[in-house]
Design a binder for this molecule. Structure first.
Ligand code: SF4
Ligand code: SF4
Length: 444
């Protein structure tokens, strides 16, 4: 398909569905030796990727084959956890038709979905400090993103999102919904909750963010919502403010190094030692002339250090605090080493997901969330102009215009890493600053 492949992805407004929202037409407009599919879905409770691998196998493999061809890669490898047996069976059945594609089985550990970990496991290479997989000839792409690439090459833009709605809801499920419905509506589609006081995590329990506002819209990067009681230990820990955390570090950190021992970036040879950063919070010193505070920029914020800590401390939160302090002073990451060596205990220290679920006290919520059709039309959607890394898009519609589903409403307009956006329902447009509201005719 040549450059037409990239143009179709750009026109369809595709961004990484895995969280960061990097524009896919930029990611795939490169040369690489490997295209790796991140099908690990290592965050507990989320189910989207494993379901899509089993349900949309042909489309995902076709999009992967085209991506491999476009970037000039020798191989496309699906890195999937060995426990997703129904998806693996489907893949194995179809892979005979795709000579350049294969699967790599990952252990059920957290964070098996860290792209640096996947690159190392599949290729034996190590992404350099401060680098990206492309530095070692790899492009890592998410499962749902590939499904969206398949739709794009068939001229279908990105207007819908697969999400797992789970936790303390009446009927946990995985659903496909129009972009721009509210979080509240998405939760209602899973039967709502009996809780009077609850919080919603946008994403997985380890790396997701607690939402301040449940009338905010479903975005291209949304992956799932986890409803939990307001007083659940996970919510209490995530909501703990940094000043309290710094005080607790001073009084409780026993400098045992366990957080460093499990840190996935340390185990991949990066110069990151969360326990030394905790010394700065405790004593104002790293206590090691070879360590530097800008190590914090190497932290991927996976949160595993907290789960390993015997004192229930949060090195990841302290890292984020110091990243902010350094950035305010104009200090950037100076760590750029490429001569890295994997720690001999990388495989031994993987944190089992089952143990993680118990550690997070989520065992009662670790249930199936089957893919379920949504038989409902929506009266209103709100679509922000920026749901991705890069420049905001420009509205190409005005108040009172009537749009149909899939019509272009925001244009990337040639901007750096800009992304198109399309109507997710039919209706009348209202442009409100940095978002567009579309109201169905029945609503007006
Ligand atoms: S933060 Fe926890 S795990 Fe890390 S050194 Fe301190 S007590 Fe040990
Ligand atoms: S969050 Fe903790 S475990 Fe994860 S990369 Fe950062 S320091 Fe390491």
């Amino acid at each position: 398909m040549g450059q037409d492949f990239i143009e179709k992805i750009k026109a369809a407004g595709i961004v990484g569905a895995g969280g960061a929202g990097f524009p896919t037409h930029v990611k795939l407009d490169a040369k690489a030796e490997y295209v790796l599919v991140n099908a690990a879905e290592c965050e507990p409770l989320l189910r989207v990727d494993q379901i899509l691998m089993a349900e949309e196998t042909d489309k995902i493999l076709k999009a992967l084959e085209l991506s491999v061809e476009h970037v000039g890669a020798n191989q496309g490898v699906i890195a999937i956890k060995e426990k997703y047996t129904s998806a693996i069976d489907k893949l194995r059945e179809k892979l005979t038709d795709y000579p350049k594609l294969s699967i790599y089985l990952l252990k059920n550990i957290y964070p098996a979905g860290d792209e640096h970990y996947i690159v190392n496991k599949v290729t034996g290479r190590i992404v350099p400090e401060g680098g990206i997989p492309l530095n070692v000839g790899c492009i890592v792409i998410n499962v749902e993103t590939l499904l969206n690439v398949y739709n794009a090459i068939n001229d279908v833009p990105l207007t819908e999102k697969y999400m797992t709605i789970t936790g303390a809801v009446r009927s946990p499920k995985t659903i496909k919904v129009p972009l721009g419905i509210s979080v509240r509506e998405a939760i209602e589609l899973a039967g709502g909750t009996d809780l009077e006081e609850f919080r919603v995590i946008d994403g997985g329990p380890m790396m997701g963010k607690i939402l301040n506002f449940i009338d905010s819209p479903v975005k291209k990067t949304s992956k799932g919502y986890i409803v939990l009681p307001k007083d659940h230990a996970l919510i209490q820990s995530r909501e703990k403010d940094i000043n309290t955390q710094l005080k607790e570090t001073k009084t409780s950190c026993c400098h045992c190094d366990l957080c460093t021992d499990v840190c996935p970036r340390y185990l991949l040879g990066h110069k990151l030692h969360p326990s030394k950063i905790m010394r700065v919070a405790s004593y104002g010193s790293l206590g090691d002339k070879n360590a530097t505070l800008d190590e914090v920029f190497l932290c991927c914020e996976c949160g595993l250090c907290e789960e390993a800590c015997i004192m229930n401390l949060q090195p990841w939160k302290v890292n984020i605090y110091f990243k902010g302090q350094l950035t305010k002073q104009g200090i950037k990451n100076s760590n750029r080493r490429t001569d890295l060596e994997v720690h001999p205990f990388l495989d031994i220290r993987g944190f089992p997901v089952k143990k993680l679920v118990y550690r997070l006290d989520l065992q009662d919520y670790d249930v199936d969330a089957p893919l379920t059709d949504v038989h409902k039309s929506f009266d209103e959607v709100n679509i922000p102009c920026k749901q991705h890394i890069g420049a905001p898009a420009t509205a190409v519609v005005k108040d009172g215009d009537y749009v149909r589903k899939n019509d272009l409403i925001y244009s990337e307009d040639g901007k750096t890493m800009g992304v198109n956006m399309h109507a997710s329902i039919d209706g009348i447009v209202k442009v409100n600053g940095n978002k567009i509201t579309i109201m169905s005719e029945g609503r007006i």
